[in-house]
Design a protein around this ligand. Sequence first.
Ligand code: MTE
Length: 299
Amino acid sequence: MLIRPAADIRPSEITDHAVYLDRRRFLAVGAALGTVLAAGKGMAATSDDAPTPFEAVTTYNNYYEFGTAKEDPAVTAPGRLKVSPWSVTVDGECGRPGTIGLEDLIKPVTQEDRLYRLRCVEGWSMVIPWQGVPLAAVLKRFEPNSKAKYVEFTTLADKAQMPGIRVAVLDWPYVEGLRLDEAMHPLTLLATGLYGQALLPQNGAPLRLVVPWKYGFKSIKSIVRIRFSETQPLNSWQKANRREYGFYSNVNPEVDHPRWSQASERRIGEFRRRKTLMFNGYADQVAGLYAGMDLRADY
Ligand code: MTE
C-alpha cells in the first residue's frame, strides 16, 4: 500500500475494469443485494452507498501474503490457502484461554449482515455487504480480565500456502491491534462472508476483522490468533514505518499520510473523487471513543 497510493494508479486500471464489471455483474449484483437488504439488520451505510460489484470486491485486493499487486490475491490465494479445518488460539489476559475450531468460535453468535464502507489508506474505497458476528460477543466468552486493555490479532503465516511471505515486504506474520473498547464496539465485525457467500481466500477467508471507521489495513485477514494484552500491540504497518502508520489509523480527512492527502477518495467503479468523511462517515457512532484525544498525535 505504501507502494502505490491511488494517485499513482492509472485511472484506466480502475475505471475500465469497473465499467466492464458493472455491465457484466449488474443483474447478479442486484439480485445478491436484494437478498442482503431483505435480511435488513445491522445496515450501517447511507443511501449514497451502492455496493461495489462482487467481482471488484473479489479481484481488487490487498493481501500481501499473496503478492503486492491488486490482482495477485485473487489469482494466487484460491487453491493455495487451506481454509478448513481452521482454528483460532485466544490467549493472554483472559480467564478462559484456548484453541477453538472456527465453527465453535462463531456458532453460538447470531450472524448479521452489515453494509460497510471500506476506505483504504491508499485513497480508494468500496462498499461491501458483509456477513459475520459482532466481535464483542465472541471476545466476551473468553472472559477478558482487568488487565486486558488491548486486543492483538495475527494472520496465518505459512510459506507453503502464501508465496508472498517469501518476500520481506512486512515482518510476517501480519499483526493488527485494537483498544479493548474499539474491539467491543458494536460496529466491529468478525466477518465470515460477503455478498451472502463464504469469504473467498483473497478477502481473508475464513475469518477476518472489519473495522469500518479505520483504514482498511486494520481489517486483518485469515486470523489464527487473538490475544488480550495490557500493552498496546505494535501492528505490522507501524513496525514497517512508524512515521507513516500509527496504532489508531482512524479515517481522518484532516490528517494526511506523509506521502499523500487523505482529503478525498476514489470509490472503485466511479470516475469522480469523493470527499473522505471523518471516521469514514461513522463519527456519530464512534467519535466518543476518542473524546479528549489529539487525533494528529494519535494517528
Ligand atoms: N490482512 C493481511 N493479513 N494482509 C494484508 O496484506 N491488507 C489490508 C487488509 N488486511 C492485508 C490485510 C489492507 S491494506 C486492506 S485495504 C484490506 O485488507 C483489503 O481488504 P480486501 O482485499 O478484502 O478489500
